[in-house]
Write a protein that binds this ligand. Structure first.
Ligand code: FES
Length: 99
């Protein structure tokens, strides 16, 4: 588990982009539950930092593919999956399993 940010740095219903070990991650806070995923859409590589998060999914701003925040699956286009990362919280620290 790697510390990547503080919970207080990710606003409720907001996102924070972080660079960790050469990877661009997106952290998402939904009522104190933190999710981590890669910041690049698996469809055609659009950044997801401007994506809309709703109902447990993140919608790519480019073509609207929606990915489940927990497992990265895309119900509309199952051939595409977003890489997601397990998250643990410790105090104000967000820890992400990068394996
Ligand atoms: S680039 Fe994300 S849906 Fe096409």
């Amino acid at each position: 588990m790697t510390p990547v940010a503080k919970i207080s740095e990710v606003p409720n219903f907001g996102k924070k982009q972080v660079s960790v070990s050469g990877r661009e991650l997106l952290l998402i806070n939904i009522k104190g539950a933190i999710y981590a995923c890669e910041n690049e859409c698996p469809h055609q590589g659009s950044p997801l930092s401007a994506a809309v998060v709703k109902d447990g999914t993140i919608s790519c701003p480019r073509h609207g593919y929606r990915f489940n925040l927990v497992d990265g699956s895309c119900s509309d286009h199952p051939e595409f999956a977003l890489k997601t990362y397990p998250v643990q919280l410790s105090g104000d620290d967000i820890l992400v399993d990068l394996d």
